[in-house]
Design a protein around this ligand. Sequence first.
Ligand code: NAD
Length: 315
Amino acid sequence: MKVLVTSRSFGQVGTEALSVLEGAGIQMTRLVDDYTDEKFAETIPEYDALIIGAHKFPAEVMERCGRLQIIAKHGAGLDNIDLEAAKRLGITVTNVPATNANAVADLAVAHMLNLCRGVSAASWGVKNGVWKVYIGRDMYAKTLGLVGFGNIAKNVARRARGFSMKVLAYDPYITEVPEEFQDYVAIASLDEVCAKSDFVSVHVPLTDETRNMFDRKRLDMMKTGAFLINTSRGGIVEEQALFEVCKEGKLGGAALDVVETEPLPADSPLLTLSNIVVTPHIGMYSYEAVNAVSVTCAENVAKKLGGETPRFVVV
Ligand code: NAD
């Protein structure tokens, strides 16, 4: 039995996940450093299992994978995998939900603090010889708007409570606030979240509904001076519109862990503004999260190839 690994971080922070595969007699090959879409399309039909990162796995390639039994997503978001095609072809797809929710929530809060106190901008100044006082904003007791109220957003809310923040959450698929949050989280419309929040943090999957959700019109609905944080997926925030509102001072700033084209092209206007912070899709990359996600992927591959039902089956 053979598994192809195209996730760069799989098994990189410990040996536990690799031991699971080894123990199940599964031979592992990495296609990471020399990954190209063409090489992947050529190689994957020879494998029984795939541990995949963020690259696309389109239907036309899947159709040539007669041996493939399982696609294990090394993470939560599934927008790079054609799920309809996998279902039609009888290939099991699993992901690892919630496991990275603490790591991503930490990063979202780190971005919030960074933006409101101008940490990156001030540090950039110091490194360039400018010792200048930067007067920021407190996070304490401000209003936080959460777009999506799933695993990551809930962990952001838990952290926001420590800052005595009021939390407004927009999630059309949630009708009731779980008891744990009832004291400090209120369900609101997206318009209300935008109009009332000092910080808006986005935690939705990329779907037809959420693509370009934050276009110029939506950004203009936000409070002047507010901060926007997107650690979910590129394509949800329109980058040109974001650049404009941050340049004009309509927004106080923005932080993106995800962008439409990754890596972000060197000529992106986003890189020219000190109030826009971009991190290279590092949300899930804490030691603890990467290890836990890797172990679950390895266990799922071993289970499926051993004839058992894996955890977190999506199709
Ligand atoms: P989740 O499934 O627990 O939560 C997503 C929430 O979004 C759900 O409650 C759902 O009802 C809600 N939702 C769906 N469509 C919506 C819409 N149109 N408007 C408002 N809410 C909507 O997922 P999660 O674990 O919280 O992750 C959220 C997203 O974060 C993932 O889809 C993924 O794209 C992204 N993510 C990024 C990183 C990173 O490294 N930056 C890591 C993990 C996940």
